[in-house]
Design a protein around this ligand. Structure first.
Ligand code: PLP
Length: 423
């Protein structure tokens, strides 16, 4: 057993599609996924020994670079003391303190195991706290595999109650309204919560339009609904205070994941004390988890946050800007129409003649055929982008100038090859 194809075929016999998260199967770009054996810094190596500069970075869970010594040491030390107890720990308290110190809107946080669990808990908490059922979400925003949030969006119009996937009954999304991103909907007093990615990072990267987040805050206050920011990607990635600090809008609840686990499984809901204290055991809204507050995940998360500060975020923003410019120049030189929008430390991709997208209908006009071709050309050049046209590019502490230079050179050749192939 030595090739990617052999491993993938064997996995496909015992794991549906050979993957444990759909996008990894390369359905959107075609071909066989590379099977990762190990990773270090900006690089991953596949089972064939090929090295790739990695811009996936576990879809944003990794910010220090792979196998960062601070994380490895923290996890190793924690593991030696046991991997899970089913009792409170000092480590979970310390991570909760580190998070609440950095995020103004969070007096308290509850820790759990994934972003999906965080959003489903936020939904239950918002409904339990307000005594209302209706949720408002935005077309093209992604909140994980939470039934109530897997509703299908219409094209630029508000839609109610259409399941976004098989297996979600109409009843699970009967109280979920999907509205266009970057337009403030008019709410009424049936709304429990508005749930939004304050910077959309699952439809390429789309910044909130000026006034959008403020408008949501205003509408929620007007009708007594909770404003929930899904900062699973943006939390501790855009800056210590997340998107809410960057845009100066304070949500009632925030969901976290990815960076706060340092690459281990984690999720969290945070918010005002009075709302958070409606969670069990203090209040009537149930939440529990066998591995919630896991000692390895909280140790890794604390180690990650310990390496991050304002100077680091300034540096990461500069690198994001540089990555965008390098990719933009490479495509321009090859005559490929593209945008690589930058919001803080996040970079998105859009292939097409139009302006950079401001909502999902516009984002969907990206030329997926160009992306597929460019993706494979970059992979051949030893640079791994996410195998889907709507994912963000993640730069971290390991993407130094040398690494960015190498990405730029690869992109120049890949863009030329893409243009040649597409004619
Ligand atoms: C990744 C993501 C989630 C889901 O987190 P998981 O840990 O994959 O369950 C939720 N919301 C947003 C914005 C995400 O990017």
């Amino acid at each position: 057993m030595s090739t990617n194809a052999e491993f993938f075929e064997r996995s496909c016999r015992v794991i549906p599609g050979g993957v444990n998260s759909s996008i990894r199967a390369f359905k959107a770009v075609g071909g066989t996924p590379y099977i990762v054996e190990r990773a270090e810094g900006p690089y991953v190596w596949d089972v064939e020994g090929r090295r790739y500069i990695d811009l996936v970075q576990s879809y944003g869970a990794i910010i220090l670079g792979h196998a960062h010594p601070a994380i490895t040491a923290a996890v190793t030390a924690a593991a030696a003391n046991g991997t899970s107890y089913g009792a409170p720990t000092p480590g979970e308290m310390l991570l909760a303190e580190a998070m609440t110190e950095r995020v103004d809107s969070c007096d308290m946080v509850r820790l759990m195991n994934s972003g999906t669990e965080a959003t489903s808990t936020a939904v239950r908490l918002a409904r339990g706290y307000t005594g209302r059922d209706l949720l408002v979400i935005f077309h093209g925003n992604f909140h994980g595999a939470t039934d109530a949030l897997l509703a299908a969006g219409g094209s630029g119009v508000a839609t109610l109650g259409l399941p976004g996937t098989a297996g979600v009954p109409a009843s699970a999304v009967a109280d979920t309204m999907v509205v266009p991103y970057n337009a403030v909907p008019r709410l009424d007093e049936q709304v429990a919560a508005v749930i939004v990615e304050p910077v959309a990072a699952n439809m390429g990267v789309v910044a909130p339009a000026p006034g959008f987040l403020q408008g949501l805050r205003y509408e929620c206050d007007r009708v007594g609904a909770l404003l929930v920011f899904d900062e699973v990607i943006t939390g501790f990635r855009l800056g210590s205070g997340g998107a809410q600090a960057m845009y100066g809008v304070s949500p009632d609840l925030t969901t976290f994941g990815k960076v706060i686990g340092g690459g281990l499984p984690i999720g969290s809901v945070g918010g005002r004390r009075e709302i958070m204290e409606t969670l069990s055991p203090l209040g009537p809204v149930f939440h529990a988890g066998t591995l919630a507050g896991n000692p390895l995940a909280t140790a890794a998360g604390r180690a990650a946050l310990g390496e991050l500060n304002d100077d680091v975020y300034v540096e990461l923003s500069a690198r994001a800007g540089r990555l965008s410019a390098l990719l933009g120049d490479a495509c321009a030189a090859a005559g490929i129409a593209a945008h690589f929008p930058v919001v803080g430390t996040l970079v998105g991709m859009y292939f097409g003649n139009g302006a950079a997208p401001t909502n999902f209908v516009e984002a969907k006009t990206t030329d997926e055929r160009v992306y597929r071709t460019f993706f494979h050309a970059m992979l051949s050049e030893g640079v791994a982008l996410a195998p889907g046209a709507y994912e963000a590019l993640f730069v971290g502490l390991a993407h130094t100038d040398d690494v960015l230079d190498a990405i730029g050179e690869a992109a120049g050749r890949a863009a030329a090859a893409t243009a040649a192939q597409l004619g």
